[in-house]
Design a protein around this ligand. Structure first.
Ligand code: BTN
Length: 243
């Protein structure tokens, strides 16, 4: 079944729109905008766009493990992008929420939930740097766009169609207990065997990332213990290097 798409030219944020209207919207509705005036990134950051792909998906059913959805959408995005990109520019998932190509962020995922006693809905917000050409001094070492990587303009509607088709397949597999999205994430795991720094319980640690456990927690081996880090609990530091 094709997903319903609501399209806006300009909106504050597609995540905010769904948060305010989820009661009257159907499960698997997608909201897409050409431009956001209050685009939101993780950790309270703003998400700036210039002719990029911005959309959110509403999930109202099958909310047993809401956090799974950020990995499910990441897996769908990886599948679509790897067909567009040559092997030397393969997309990877940087646990928990970023899509990376050649060490730079191409897309971010902002998962939010509306909770009134129980989880009422989950909102999967996705921003893909499709057509931004120039990044400011702070971002140029960390971010890139598909158009810079592939050296062509990206058709946002076409890319969205492909991602939603893939996500619909992945969603129905997921609700039928197919866990193959996790294998897909693990085989495109940007952090594997990389050194990560993190803050846990107000203390700084350093260790080597060893993958993701069955609860989608990041496994990190430090010199004297193994941590299983939940995505909401930990801030990874030092991940991008100046080139
Ligand atoms: C991140 O910080 O990496 C997450 C960025 C998520 C941005 C997208 S753009 C569409 C949706 N609406 C928002 O306000 N944010 C998400």
């Amino acid at each position: 079944m094709a997903m319903k798409i609501i399209k806006f030219d300009t909106i504050s944020s597609t995540n905010i729109y769904i948060k305010e209207h989820y009661q009257e919207l159907e499960n698997l509705t997608c909201v897409k905008a050409l431009h956001q005036t209050n685009g939101k990134g993780r950790l309270g950051r703003t998400w700036v766009d210039r002719n990029d792909l911005l959309f959110s998906i509403l999930i109202k059913d099958n909310l047993y493990n809401p956090c799974d959805y950020s990995f499910l959408i990441a897996s769908s995005i990886i599948n679509v992008l790897q067909d567009l990109c040559p092997k030397s520019k393969a997309p990877l998932v940087k646990w928990p929420n970023d899509i990376i190509i050649n060490d730079k962020k191409i897309a971010g995922i902002l998962l939010e939930a509306v909770t009134i006693e129980k989880v009422e809905c989950v909102i999967i917000g996705v921003g893909i740097n499709t057509n931004t050409k120039d990044f400011n001094d702070e971002l140029v070492y960390k971010a890139n766009s598909l158009s810079n990587i592939l050296d062509k303009e990206i058709d946002n509607d076409d890319l969205l169609d492909q991602i939603l088709k893939q996500f619909t397949i992945d969603y129905y597999n997921y609700i039928n207990h197919d866990k193959s999205y996790k294998e897909n994430i693990m085989s495109h795991f940007y952090l594997m065997n990389k050194e990560v720094s993190f803050v846990y319980d107000n203390k700084n640690y350093k260790g080597i990332a060893k993958g993701m456990n069955e609860n989608n927690e990041l496994i990190v081996q430090t010199s004297d213990e193994v941590f299983n880090l939940k995505s909401g609990e930990v801030t990874l530091t030092n991940l991008y290097r100046k080139l």
